[in-house]
Design a protein around this ligand. Structure first.
Ligand code: ZN
Ligand code: ZN
Length: 53
């Protein structure tokens, strides 16, 4: 099942929102996670979140 962006309701590949980590506001390796928010790699690892595969 595809994750969708909480802001625009589009899949990650179609989302054109400004992407930054909701936790640290970082831009590094930001990916959409299953809650519809974007997270950087460090925060995904810290919070055990999975990006869309
Ligand atoms: Zn979006
Ligand atoms: Zn982060």
């Amino acid at each position: 099942m595809a994750f969708v962006c909480a802001q625009c309701d589009q899949e990650e590949k179609r989302c054109e929102c400004d992407r930054f980590c909701i936790l640290c506001q970082g831009w590094d390796n930001v990916r959409l996670c299953n809650d519809g928010q974007y997270y950087c790699l460090n925060c995904r690892e810290a919070c055990d979140l999975q990006a869309q595969s």
